[in-house]
Design a protein around this ligand. Structure first.
Ligand SMILES: Nc1ncnc2c1ncn2[C@@H]1O[C@H](COP(=O)(O)OP(=O)(O)OP(=O)(O)O)[C@@H](O)[C@H]1O
Ligand SMILES: [Mg+2]
Length: 281
């Protein structure tokens, strides 16, 4: 249950990202709640927060749009470097799930995708890719005209990539391939051979496939570089998006790494911000 208007939070951590503003707050009884807004609705987010804080409420912000949001709130707040907050927050969320681990690769599929090596308390950004949730929405809109994230996800789950993506087995045609035949050899690479598909569902399934396989492939390489055996995936791109989870986890495991999906993982940055101002959570 989100905090009612008039009920004050003890502490609030906010991650103001490129697409979504994520809020993690501590109620006066010590429990934690989450809430989110579109980044485009920043005034609405600021009003929601303003109605739930008073002079005693501690506040911390992170993310690319933190400074703008703080300007709207017009009061002092702790500011955190986004990666620091995200790594701290994901450790807390993993612990809450009983899935704590010492070292892992962290892949945050936000608007873009950011990848970090985490080893105990230390972490560094190992790289990333511009292919992320923004790509999913942009390509979906461009190819099918579908713009709402929930619609993209729902339609994609009913799609068939068979006439769109070229698999290794299509290239080897009956011969034994040197790598698993069900691997994608070329995303969208079958379109010209088959005429593609005029079903939005199929195109969207292939868009999710392209994003998921790119993210997983880059992550597995990065995990090798860090010596990590598991990849922890977070970011709002996975919200109610079983197909993306399945593609990403499947590809990651096929390539020999363990894939870990964190419930509420999209709130990692906000939780990290919250952790910076509370004694214990
Ligand atoms: N309600 C929604 N509206 C828009 N996009 C959504 C929604 N729910 C999930 N998404 C997906 O989540 C992605 C944004 O993820 P996330 O919130 O982790 O990024 P961000 O923190 O805003 O961006 P960044 O960290 O790159 O600045 C979108 O690109 C989209 O694919
Ligand atoms: Mg983000």
């Amino acid at each position: 249950m989100p905090l009612e208007t008039g009920t004050k939070a003890r502490s609030v951590g906010i991650d103001a990202g490129g697409t979504l503003i994520k809020i993690a707050y501590e109620r006066t009884d010590g429990t934690v709640g989450f809430h989110k807004f579109a980044a485009a609705a920043m005034e609405e987010a600021a009003a929601w927060v303003a109605a739930r804080i008073d002079a005693a409420t501690r506040l911390a912000l992170t993310g690319g749009r933190a400074a703008r949001l703080r300007g709207l709130l017009g009061r002092d707040a702790n500011h955190l470097v986004e990666f620091e907050a995200t790594c701290n927050g994901v450790r807390w969320l993993l612990r809450r799930q009983g899935a704590e681990r010492h070292s892992f690769l962290l892949t945050n599929v936000g608007t873009g995708t950011s990848i970090h090596c985490v080893d105990g308390a230390s972490h560094y950004r190992v790289g990333g890719t511009g292919v992320g949730g923004g790509t999913l929405l942009g390509l979906a809109a461009m190819t099918t005209g579908v713009t709402a994230f929930d619609d993209v996800v729902r339609l994609a789950s009913q799609g068939d990539r068979g006439d769109i993506d070229l698999l290794v087995t299509h290239i080897y045609e009956g011969a034994t391939p040197p790598i698993p035949g069900e691997l994608t050899a070329s995303n969208f690479g079958r379109w010209l051979q088959t005429g593609g598909s005029d079903r939005k569902e199929d195109v969207l399934a292939s868009v999710v496939g392209l994003v998921g396989e790119t993210v997983a492939t880059v992550s597995v390489h990065a995990a090798g570089q860090c010596g990590a055996s598991s990849v922890v995936y977070i970011g709002s791109s996975f919200i109610r998006n079983d197909l993306l989870r399945k593609v990403v986890a499947g590809y990651t495991e096929l390539r020999g790494s363990q894939a870990v999906m964190v419930p509420d993982g999209e709130y990692s940055g906000a939780v990290g911000a919250l952790l910076s101002i509370v004694d214990k959570l």
